[in-house]
Design a protein around this ligand. Structure first.
Ligand SMILES: NC(=O)c1ccc[n+]([C@@H]2O[C@H](COP(=O)([O-])OP(=O)(O)OC[C@H]3O[C@@H](n4cnc5c(N)ncnc54)[C@H](OP(=O)(O)O)[C@@H]3O)[C@@H](O)[C@H]2O)c1
Length: 289
């Protein structure tokens, strides 16, 4: 008989995320071990507790999820988890990173855009592209082959993100622009897709600019806190056609994000050596559609 599934939930915040715990339960996880305030120096014994307890054939029934509101801290914990796995001896478990929901949200946004337009030839603009969600969305769009404008209110910050994406995606065709303080008109020029990934409650793109851009086909607003990040796009929009443009609001994307999150947690228990970071989560998201 199969051993019960165990998810080790490492959260960098003091209280492990209730959201991530509920999703784990709804994804069928049988035993959830949640730890809060996890720092890198605490990771080794936690990982050893995973890999030294079950036989090799049962290790796929144990997995690790890294979360918390600080994406950089989550990335550090993920790296530490990987450091203490020993796949060369078959002592490994699968691991997923979704701090702040950044990976699943960015994947959901890019999958939504890809439903309406060929991403390999699309011109995109990501507003708020210096945040964790925006950076990941921009990276996925660049990897798909289109031209991507990376926007920040400070062009130097956008340049830094663009340089990082060029390192991760050598073929990336990205351009840093200054926009995001409600002044996105020039940045929007000749764009087919706009994703607003600005901070909650900040209007990044006025309706008049969106409507005036006659090349725009997809507008995705990830901000769930009024006012909308893209003026005129409603929270529940899900492939809603407005002014000849397919619009998505935060809740419209959120449904897909939840499906991706659950599918990724389930996929953790299909093998013992998978790492679900942005690219792998996006691959899964494309299968879900
Ligand atoms: N729908 C979902 O399921 C879901 C899940 C997770 C997150 N979200 C939402 O996705 C969005 C992006 O998340 P995030 O964590 O990446 O965001 P974030 O880090 O809080 O902010 C992203 C960027 O917004 C810009 N920004 C901050 N304050 C601003 C202001 N007053 N005016 C204009 N721009 C400002 C900053 O860029 P510059 O300083 O470089 O301009 C910042 O790097 C948020 O609205 C979040 O709530 C949605």
């Amino acid at each position: 008989m199969d051993k019960p599934t165990v998810l080790l939930h490492l959260d960098t915040d003091p209280h492990p995320s209730v959201f991530d715990r509920v999703v784990a339960v709804d994804s069928g996880v049988q035993h959830l071990f949640s730890y809060g305030g996890v720092k890198p120096d605490a990771v080794m014994p936690l990982v050893h507790g995973c890999i030294f307890t079950r036989g090799k054939k049962d290790l796929m029934r144990t997995a690790v999820f890294v979360g918390g509101s600080d994406v950089a801290a989550g990335e550090t914990v993920l790296a530490e988890v990987r450091k203490h796995l020993m796949p060369m001896f078959g002592l490994s478990v699968s691991v997923m990173l979704d701090s702040n929901g950044a990976n699943t949200t960015a994947a959901a946004a890019v999958v939504a855009a890809g439903r309406h337009i060929d991403l390999s030839s699309a011109n995109s603009l990501v507003l708020g592209a210096t945040g964790p969600v925006g950076q990941r969305a921009a990276r996925l769009l660049a990897a798909a082959g289109g031209h991507v404008r990376i926007a920040s209110r400070q062009k130097e910050r956008a340049e830094a993100v663009a340089a990082g994406i060029r390192k991760q995606v050598p073929k990336a065709n990205v351009e840093a622009v200054a926009a995001g303080g409600g002044d996105a008109e020039d940045a929007l020029d000749e764009r087919n897709i706009v994703i607003a990934a600005g901070a909650p409650g900040v209007m990044m793109l006025p309706a008049k600019h969106r409507i005036a851009c006659d090349t725009l086909r997809v507008a995705i607003d990830l901000n769930g806190v009024p006012p909308a990040g893209i003026e005129g796009v409603e929270l529940n929009d899900q492939a809603t056609n407005r002014d000849d443009c397919w619009c998505y609001g935060a809740l419209g994307v959120g449904g897909t994000k939840m499906k991706i999150h659950k599918a990724a947690v389930k996929a953790l228990f299909t093998r013992s050596d998978a790492v679900f970071d942005i690219e792998q989560i996006y691959d899964l998201a494309k299968e879900i559609g």
